[in-house]
Design a protein around this ligand. Sequence first.
Ligand SMILES: Nc1ncnc2c1ncn2[C@@H]1O[C@H](COP(=O)(O)OP(=O)(O)OP(=O)(O)O)[C@@H](O)[C@H]1O
Ligand SMILES: [Mg+2]
Length: 156
Amino acid sequence: MSYSRFLPDEQATIDFGRMLIRAVCQITSPHAITLYLNGDLGAGKTTLSRGMIQGLGHQGNVKSPTYTLVEEYRLQGKRIYHFDLYRLSDPEELEFMGIRDYFSADSICLIEWAEKGAGLLAEPDLSVNISYTDNARRIELIPQSEQGEAIIQLLK
Ligand SMILES: Nc1ncnc2c1ncn2[C@@H]1O[C@H](COP(=O)(O)OP(=O)(O)OP(=O)(O)O)[C@@H](O)[C@H]1O
Ligand SMILES: [Mg+2]
């Protein structure tokens, strides 16, 4: 079952990220947990990621991985990979990055612009769609696996 929420302002997006990562961390999975963060430019994908990463105790900045393609965080015994594939010109570049190593069992992958890596990324456990509503946002979570379903159950 999908889940949707209205996010009135930036702080609501950050707070939702903090809640979402708590749920993700409660899930046991034999593979990496992968979230595709979908939405137009400026929808709030990086803002949500910031909430998730800071929610795991990261103190510093969470910069957008627009140029580096991926930023790695090691928090609470997990590896968090935050991808932004907007500037990926060819999905093959992901092969050169050793993309498969990122999807190890104890990792959490947050992927902005996943469509740019089509064919080379793991399938998502959860699709996170952020859309504009006037000056605010709406977030919708669509489970794509058993683990994705379990994450949504924990939010209720
Ligand atoms: N719920 C919200 N309501 C209104 N504004 C919001 C909300 N959440 C985030 N914002 C604002 O929207 C902008 C989102 O920027 P952000 O960099 O997170 O978008 P993005 O989806 O990562 O964009 P890009 O595709 O360029 O990477 C920020 O200016 C932020 O303050
Ligand atoms: Mg972004």
